[in-house]
Design a protein around this ligand. Sequence first.
Ligand code: GLY
Length: 401
Amino acid sequence: MNESGQQITRFHEALDVLARKTMEDERRLGVEFPYVTKPDGSWDTMYASRSAGYTGDDWSHGNWFCGFWVGLLLISHLHTGDADMLERARERMKLVAPRSADPNTHDIGFIFLSSALPAFHITGDPDYARIGLEAAAQLRARLVRTDAGAYVSSWGPLSDPRGRRSSAIDTMANLPLLYWAADVAGDDSFLVAGELHAKSTERAFIRPDLSTYHAVEYDLPSGDRQRGYTFQGYSDESFWSRGQGWAILGFAETARATGEYAYLALAHRLGDRFMQALGDATSAPWDFDDPAGAAATLDTAASAIVANAFLQIADLEPDMALAQKRREQGLRLLDDLCREHLSRDDSERGFLRHGCYSKPHNIGPDAAVLFGDYYFAEALLMATKPGALRAVPAKLSSTSA
Ligand code: GLY
């Protein structure tokens, strides 16, 4: 078998592991949802209903993982053909659906683009479209206008100035919910909101060396960056690897939604920067500027997100040679994860070892993290069953940036 045949075989085997573990866990989880694994390998769990919010000065992100579990059940269903997995995803969706009215967090994008959207794609059930549109309206309502444009605020009610002035690089990866809503509802206000946010992020988050800030506090009303900072990276000026993945993914999705090649060109440049920092490693470190260098804690989720984004970029890129290069890079990243970081061990739940949710907070600092599992599994399915979970996009028509 040639190299690409061996890769596809490894991807199928990895998805077999995913489907087996997901079903085993689903049978014993009850009504809670997994988010990170504990040091003993078991899942830490949370109710889907837990919203983001402040308690005094302490911010909790709430449960922004629950949609990914639905997504993993759907991917397992598509990989195996097992109808019970689809039925279980539908049952889980009943627990997730009430979050579509949550006004407190940009993560409403993550929750529903991994659950209601693929559920709608697979089943055509209009109830999932209704839930997705309700969630998209909440995300659009987070738009804050500035003299320079507008951005989607990431955290908290907009009446709270702490959240209103700030946005995170992760928000880029929530935009696909808006872009999907624009298509399904035929309502361009969703598209305009997403593109305005992408433009603000391009202006305020990208450093001259093409690494990205984790978070930005905007000056209002000018919309200038008041400060760039982090809470999950090594330092305010450091190169947080997962944030770069969210940015690449979000600009690729913005290119797909707007048809503007300039956004794809930007996704390429951010991707090149990631690959340059990665070098020969089999996974990104949690932060490329951790002084521990090659001994730094890994974040396999960052690599999985970038692999996923590269496969999407390859679908969109009209230049066949460049598309091929990106696809090979994406497949290579996936293959490295399959060979080096896949968890086959039953005592250890989760799919991908060595994710890093938040090292500064010591939450899942070296663990399976559910969003890493999801973006990894989604990319594996894109490689083995293109179009099964989400439509394969048409190529952009122009390369003029
Ligand atoms: N909130 C998204 C992340 O932790 O990457």
